[in-house]
Design a protein around this ligand. Structure first.
Ligand code: PMP
Length: 449
């Protein structure tokens, strides 16, 4: 195998160099014929190996909320690597993991006071589902095992996550998945909701489907409901007004745990530390990942209410711990990066900044209404999505062309899912850059018409 060059352009690589890496969620054959390579990043931009600056319209993968290459975060990681590279996650502790857990708990609403660390959103979700099942066990209600997710939900790629998730292609190749899982209907209805700003007026009644599912199985068998407050990866679906409150009421009525998957919505994306705060709804657990350390070092986790933690701590002697954990739970580098990131969010008031920019962001996104093939635009917080009409021959082709063209010809990185373009820039984006981003998007949409 040949050695990689210092300065990779992708096309300079011998075929074998591109061959070995089996890329995730990527059509490898097509990519390797014509790769989109990135070599560097700073603030709002990626840099290609040829030195082209690409405006980052997606904060990496919805994770680099503080922007790229931020000095305090970089230095914190470097210092930590030199000081304590790794310490065993089980039976031993290091200060920064405890400090970060307290800082995260302080940002979370109500008595969500206890943080369990994992290394990704997928692990965070599987951890939350396992905590829910174990919680009912230690409470002496081990028959509560059913889980309820939602159509068009994305909860990562673990077996728990794809079982409660509602993306057909992520499920259908992987056998029979977890037993005892039901799905709420998704909340999107174009006829009723198209071009609504923020939370649509229509759709709160869809939460009542939970009542129907619970009645069908009897509440004594249901452990937990998991939803993204705002469905992200399936096209940005903000919750209808009142929908999340209604879910909470039904869960309370029947003694069912409510889990908010905030892997995308956590840490400022919707203008608040967590979407739970924005919507005034307190879930029993929140999953997080991505922006906890601005995407710099893999980390995820679960924030649990006091009552859940206490059930284990005060449980029978046979239950003295949660039999769950990862070698890298609370990894020193990830924790140090997290502390520096939370400092930066606070010093630069980035959550408040996202909240203040939201009306301008929504105006900017909605200005693309009327362009060819634009069927709907949704915008909330610093998130936007544009649904394009499919080409007659293939669903997803037009959006794919937009992403490819954006990168190659318009120096803009966007994300696509199906026929939807999603944009979720770092929270440091300036008003001028919002204008630039939307201007580029407009040109791209016209070009793929
Ligand atoms: N949950 C949600 C809501 C997500 O958006 C994602 C990732 N986009 C995940 C879970 C999975 O996270 P990861 O890719 O870090 O496993």
């Amino acid at each position: 195998m040949s050695l990689a060059h210092d300065h990779l352009s992708g096309r300079d690589l011998a075929p074998n160099d591109l061959d070995a890496f089996w890329m995730p969620f990527t059509a490898n054959r097509a990519f390797k014929k014509n790769p989109r390579m990135i070599a560097g990043a700073k603030d709002m931009h990626y840099v290609t190996p040829e030195g082209r600056k690409i405006l980052d319209g997606v904060a990496g993968l919805w994770c680099c909320n503080a922007g790229h290459g931020r000095k305090p975060i970089v230095e914190a990681i470097q210092k930590q690597a030199a000081e304590l590279d790794y310490s065993p996650a089980f039976q031993f502790g290091h200060p920064k993991a405890f400090q970060l857990a307290s800082r995260i708990a302080a940002l979370a609403p109500a008595d969500l006071d206890h943080v369990f660390f994992a290394n990704s959103g997928s692990e965070a979700v599987d951890t939350a589902l396992k905590i829910a099942l174990a919680y009912w066990n230690v409470k002496g209600q081990g028959q509560k095992t059913r889980l309820i997710g939602r159509e068009r939900g994305y909860h990562g790629v673990g077996f728990g996550g794809i079982s409660v998730g509602g993306i057909v292609s992520n499920r259908k190749f992987f056998g029979s998945l977890l037993a005892g899982v039901d799905h709420l209907p998704h909340t999107y209805n174009r006829a009723e909701q198209a071009f609504s700003r923020g939370e649509p007026e229509w759709g709160a009644h869809l939460a009542d489907e939970l009542e129907r599912i619970v009645t069908l199985h009897d509440a004594s068998t249901v452990a937990a409901v998991i939803v993204e407050p705002m469905a992200g990866s399936t096209g940005v679906l903000p919750p209808p007004k009142g929908y999340l409150k209604r879910l909470r009421e039904i869960c309370d009525k029947h003694g069912i745990l409510l889990i908010f998957d905030e892997v995308i919505s956590g840490f400022g994306r919707l203008g608040y530390a967590f979407a739970a705060e924005r919507y005034g709804v307190v879930p029993d657990m929140i999953t997080f990942a991505k922006a906890v350390n601005s995407g710099t070092v893999p980390m995820g986790g679960v924030i649990a209410r006091k009552g859940i933690y206490d059930a284990f701590m005060n449980g029978p002697d046979s239950v003295i711990e949660l039999f769950h954990g990862y070698t890298y739970s609370g990894h020193p580098l990830a924790a140090a990066a997290g502390l520096a990131t939370l400092d930066l969010y606070r010093e630069e008031q980035l959550f408040e900044r996202a909240r203040a920019l939201e009306p301008k962001w929504i105006d900017a996104m909605m200005s693309l209404k009327g362009l060819p093939n634009v069927l709907d635009i949704r915008a909330i917080g610093l998130v936007g999505a544009i649904d394009l009409a499919s080409k007659p021959d293939a669903v997803g082709k037009r959006a794919f062309e937009a992403m490819d063209l954006g990168f190659r010809d318009h120096d803009l990185m966007i994300r696509i899912t199906g026929e939807t373009i999603a944009v979720t820039p770092p929270l440091i984006i300036s008003e001028e850059q919002i204008g630039e981003l939307v201007d580029k998007l407009g040109k791209i949409i016209k070009a793929v018409a």
